[in-house]
Design a protein around this ligand. Structure first.
Ligand SMILES: [Zn+2]
Length: 206
């Protein structure tokens, strides 16, 4: 009886065993391909706070606190009055200089009703946003630039700026009830709480 069964299924030769293994591997790899976008999503979701890759080492040594004459934090990153506040508000007397947090390129300067006179600097995967600036945005020679004549500033869209450079001054443009810098941060296109970055900077600089 045993012999007959074995005959009908055929002997388990090395060739047959190999085919079985291949099928298994194929099924496994298809499974991995199918679930990998889901896994990636989970990994991204799990990144609470700072991406660990950038939160390690002494990366923040040259980073600059973004405003002079800092007084106090007036509004944190997070939910605010049924809305979400995508930045940190740093109060300082009107006209105080704003310092570029991290060396990079001015990717945009603009004026709107909410941010007021604003500026975005890109540094690798980071984007730092500055709002309610004193001064205006003008165009000349096919380019755009931020200007604050009293502050002695003229910053062109596209120019590079080192860390710590005075790039603007605190103003009252846009929607604001008092002079402050609204400072926003994005890493890889996702908003990051600037307070986490400041905490990291100070733990390494002190
Ligand atoms: Zn704000």
């Amino acid at each position: 009886m045993k012999k007959i069964l074995q005959d009908s299924r055929g002997p388990l030769t090395a060739k047959r065993f190999f085919r079985l293994r291949q099928m298994l591997l194929l099924a496994l790899s298809i499974g991995i391909v199918l679930i990998s976008p889901y896994l990636q999503q989970q990994v991204v979701k799990a990144q609470s706070g700072l991406p660990s890759r950038v939160a390690t080492g002494n990366l923040w040594q040259e980073a600059s606190f973004p405003v002079e004459n800092f007084e106090t934090y007036t509004s944190a990153f997070g939910p605010r009055g049924g809305d979400f506040h995508y930045g940190l508000d740093l109060a300082a007397p009107e006209g105080s200089y704003i310092r570029n947090w991290w060396g990079g390129q001015i990717v945009e300067v603009w004026e709107d009703g909410r941010c007021g006179t604003g500026m975005v600097v890109r540094s690798g995967n980071w984007e730092h946003i500055y709002c309610h600036l004193r001064g205006r945005v003008l165009t000349a020679n096919g380019g755009r630039y931020y200007t604050d004549r009293e502050g002695g500033l003229q910053i062109w869209q596209g120019q590079t700026v080192p860390a710590g450079a005075r790039i603007a001054r605190v103003g009252m443009t846009g929607r604001t009830s008092g002079p402050h810098l609204h400072w926003g941060l994005k890493y890889g296109g996702r908003w990051v709480d600037p307070a986490l970055v400041l905490r990291e900077m100070y733990s390494q600089q002190s």
